[in-house]
Every structure is written in structure tokens, then in C-alpha cells.
Design a protein around this ligand. Structure first.
Ligand SMILES: Cc1cc2nc3c(=O)[nH]c(=O)nc-3n(C[C@H](O)[C@H](O)[C@H](O)COP(=O)(O)OP(=O)(O)OC[C@H]3O[C@@H](n4cnc5c(N)ncnc54)[C@H](O)[C@@H]3O)c2cc1C
Length: 400
């Protein structure tokens, strides 16, 4: 290679541009000064921190992937990954609420709506005035999306929605108050799923129940939502009837990748806690880092964490938010990183012994949070099936 060629070796996979570096600096301050001080209490009390969420709006994080001309930050998948990763070093529960809003609602809505549909809604969700979410899962159908039973029947200039959605992040913001706006998937015919925007205040739309005592992610609210002859004006349908598979495909990859990024944040924090503790804690006259079995926990965790981080950011670098085509790696990153993060959190608890089991060092909370990432946004089993299907169809992906 010629010496005059700009040095590609200087490329930072995790913050490739000035914008990404500025975002990383913003996140460092926001997480240290505003997210971390509240994390333990809000998770313990199972409360959603609305003020912290609105602050994310002020920092431009809620419309991260929306173009600047439309009021967003105009950033990309690498930025979305970096924000979810940073938040999850401190408060994965809050990160989940953030992701459900900014990726499951805002990003999805932006890429699948018309300018007329965006005008009244986008500014409100980008500022944080409104909190949004996405309703796919039903009590009887999760992985089996096409098995959903919520129906939407056209009645003049409205659709009438009937059904229930379960496990909806941001479905409620406290015990009884609905979130503000949702993308809702409903069937409009045999194997025909259509996407609607449903706002708080539409007749027949309510919180069925707020789901409490989750294993982890307790700073995000999870609810069952009910559509009981819910009337949705026709202009609130996104695209044409039956187009949901396109909407889902477009958003699923960034959803899975940002969930993988949350696992990265958990892994990073657990690594830091583990290494610091192993340096300080003494057993049998030496710091426990001198013991080979502790070294194994630390070293294996580090190598696995680094490999996952490269995989996630490399996939983010290639991901085009407006289209699909990276499913194998969106699934691959989440399949691998969620298991690694859970294992690293487990090892961190082990390295800390009894102290790891207590709340003070945070790793027990992260261990509980980590489990969700093996289920939400697609189970491990769903990723295994998708990856095998994609590789069988396109074996050239293996070396790509
Ligand atoms: C905290 C939390 C937040 C969530 N937030 C949202 C949200 O905001 N919006 C939303 O729509 N959903 C949300 N979900 C739902 C989540 O995406 C689903 O729980 C997930 O997709 C799995 O669906 P399920 O729970 O119905 O399990 P099921 O699909 O019933 O699966 C049960 C088990 O069967 C396995 N299984 C199913 N099908 C197959 C198959 N073909 N082959 C092999 N194994 C199979 C699964 O892998 C799993 O192990 C959330 C869930 C949680 C827990």
C-alpha cells in the first residue's frame, strides 16, 4: 500500500466519524451525571423516569435516526448501537424504554409513514413530549407473528380494532396511564397484517394491566393493552393493507442490533466491576486476581466481550436503516451477545462472591436484566431458525 493513502488503520470501528465521537462524549456525561445516579432506585421501585426520558429528547437522542430536515439527529445504526450500549452500562431497564421509543416506534414510524402522517406526530415523539411503543406480541402469539388474532375491520372512514397485545414496553408509564402513541399490528384478512398508529385517547383503547415484578428491566414499564372496538381513522394506517411484513422486516434488524448493543453495555459494566474487585479483594494473602480460576473468569469474559463488540459494530456499519438485508447478522449478533452478556454477568457475581449477590455492586441487577435479551425482540430459538434458514438459502453469506 502507498504511504500517501490515508491510514485506514486509524479508523475507529466504534466511533468512525466526528459525529459519533461527539455522541460518545454526550453519552459519557449523560450516563455518568444523570442516568447512573437514579438507576438503582428506579429499578428497585419499578418506576419509569419520565424526566430522564424527556432529557434524552433535549439531547437529541429520541430522534437519533431521523434525518435532520425532519427534526432528528440524522445519525445511523452505529449511533443507535452506541447510545443503547452506553445507557446499558448503567440502566438497561431505562435503555429498553428508550429503545422501544426511539427504534420500535420512532425509527419504524419514520421509515414507513408519509409526510402527512409524520407532521403531527414526529415532533412530539422526537422531543419526548409523547412516549411511544410498538405492539406486536399477543397473549396467544409471540414468535408465531402470523398467528396474531387482533383484527382490524374497515368501517367507512375508520378501522375498528379488537384484540389484546401483551408485554408492550412503554404501554403504560405508571400503574394506569397509557403511553401516548403506538404502532399496532393487526390482521385485515387471512395472513394479511396491517400497521396502524394508535394514540392514547382513541375510543376503545386502554391499559389492560401493567405487568409488575418482572425478573429484570424494572425501570421500563410493561403492559397489556386492550383494543375494544377501538376506532382508528383510515389515515392512521401505514402503507397499504397487508404491508406489515415490509414494515417489520425494515425495523427488525435495527431492533435486534440495538438489543445486542444493550448486552454489550451489560457486559462492559460487569467486566469493570469484576476487574476492580479482583484487584482489591484479598484471599489467602493475595488479591484474588492472582488465583487462576478468577483469571479464567476475567480473561474469558474479556475476549468474548471484545469479539461481540466487533461483531455488533461491524454489523451496524453495514446496516442501512431504510431497507433490509442483514438479517443473518442482526440475528447473529443478538444470539451471541445476549448469551455472552448473561454469562459475563454470572461470572461477575461469582468473582464478587457474596457481595456479587447483593445490590450494592449492581451486577445482580445486570444479571437479571441480561436474561430479557435472550427473549425480547426474538428468542434465541427464533434466531437459530432464522440464521439456519438464511445460510441454507445463501451460503455465500458465510464468508462475506
Ligand atoms: C420485558 C419484555 C418486553 C417486551 N416488549 C415488547 C414490546 O415492546 N412489543 C412487543 O410486541 N413485544 C414485546 N415483548 C414480547 C417479546 O418480543 C416476546 O416475548 C417474544 O417474541 C417471545 O414471544 P412469546 O413470549 O409469545 O413466546 P413464544 O413465542 O410462545 O415462545 C415460547 C417458547 O417457544 C419457543 N418457540 C416458539 N416457536 C418456536 C419454533 N418455531 N421453534 C422452536 N422454538 C419455538 C420460543 O423460542 C420460546 O422458547 C416483550 C417481552 C418482554 C418479556
Amino acid at each position: 500500500m502507498s504511504h500517501s493513502q490515508p491510514s485506514w488503520r486509524e479508523m475507529d470501528l466504534f466511533a468512525p466519524t466526528d459525529e459519533h465521537r461527539m455522541l460518545a462524549a454526550t453519552m459519557r456525561e449523560y450516563v455518568a451525571n444523570e442516568v447512573e445516579p437514579q438507576a438503582a432506585a428506579y429499578n428497585r421501585d419499578e418506576k419509569f423516569n419520565l424526566a430522564l426520558f424527556r432529557r434524552a429528547g433535549e439531547l437529541g437522542l429520541l430522534g437519533l435516526t431521523v434525518p435532520v430536515e425532519e427534526g432528528g439527529a440524522g445519525l445511523d445504526a452505529v449511533a443507535a448501537v452506541a447510545v443503547c450500549e452506553a445507557l446499558s452500562t448503567s440502566d438497561p431497564g431505562f435503555a429498553l424504554a428508550y429503545m422501544a421509543h426511539s427504534i420500535l416506534f420512532v425509527n419504524n414510524f419514520y421509515f414507513n409513514s408519509s409526510a402527512e402522517q409524520r407532521a403531527p406526530i414526529l415532533p412530539r415523539v422526537i422531543s419526548g413530549d409523547w412516549i411511544g411503543g410498538m405492539c406486536m406480541t399477543e397473549p396467544e402469539a409471540g414468535t408465531d407473528v402470523l398467528g396474531m388474532q387482533t383484527t382490524a375491520v374497515r368501517d367507512g372512514d375508520h378501522y375498528v380494532l379488537n384484540g389484546r397485545k401483551i408485554f408492550i414496553t412503554n404501554g403504560a408509564i405508571d400503574d394506569t396511564t397509557l403511553g401516548d402513541v403506538f404502532l399496532v399490528y393487526a390482521t385485515t384478512g387471512e395472513r394479511k397484517i396491517t400497521t396502524f398508529v394508535v394514540e392514547k385517547g382513541f375510543p376503545g383503547f386502554s391499559v389492560g394491566q401493567r405487568l409488575k415484578e418482572k425478573l429484570g428491566m424494572r425501570a421500563s414499564m410493561t403492559a397489556e393493552l386492550v383494543f375494544d372496538d377501538c376506532r382508528v381513522p383510515v389515515p392512521y394506517r401505514l402503507g397499504e393493507e397487508g404491508q406489515s411484513s415490509i414494515h417489520m422486516m425494515r425495523n427488525l434488524e435495527i431492533e435486534r442490533l440495538t438489543l445486542a448493543a444493550m448486552s454489550l453495555g451489560i457486559a462492559e459494566r460487569c467486566m469493570r466491576v469484576m476487574v476492580e474487585y479482583a484487584n482489591q479483594r484479598k484471599a489467602f494473602g493475595v488479591p484474588i486476581r492472582e488465583h487462576g480460576q478468577i483469571q479464567r473468569h476475567i480473561a474469558e469474559s474479556y475476549a468474548e466481550y471484545k469479539a461481540c463488540r466487533c461483531y455488533v459494530y461491524e454489523t451496524a456499519r453495514k446496516l442501512d436503516l431504510g431497507s433490509s438485508g442483514n438479517r443473518v447478522d442482526a440475528d447473529g449478533t443478538k444470539l451471541l451477545t445476549s448469551r455472552v452478556a448473561k454469562e459475563i454477568a454470572d461470572r461477575a457475581i461469582q468473582v464478587l462472591g457474596g457481595y456479587g449477590y447483593m445490590g450494592e455492586y449492581t451486577v445482580e441487577r445486570l444479571w437479571r436484566d441480561a436474561k430479557l435479551l435472550e427473549i425480547g425482540g426474538g428468542t434465541l430459538e427464533a434466531h437459530q431458525k432464522n440464521i439456519t434458514k438464511d445460510l441454507s438459502r445463501s451460503p455465500e453469506l458465510i464468508g462475506a
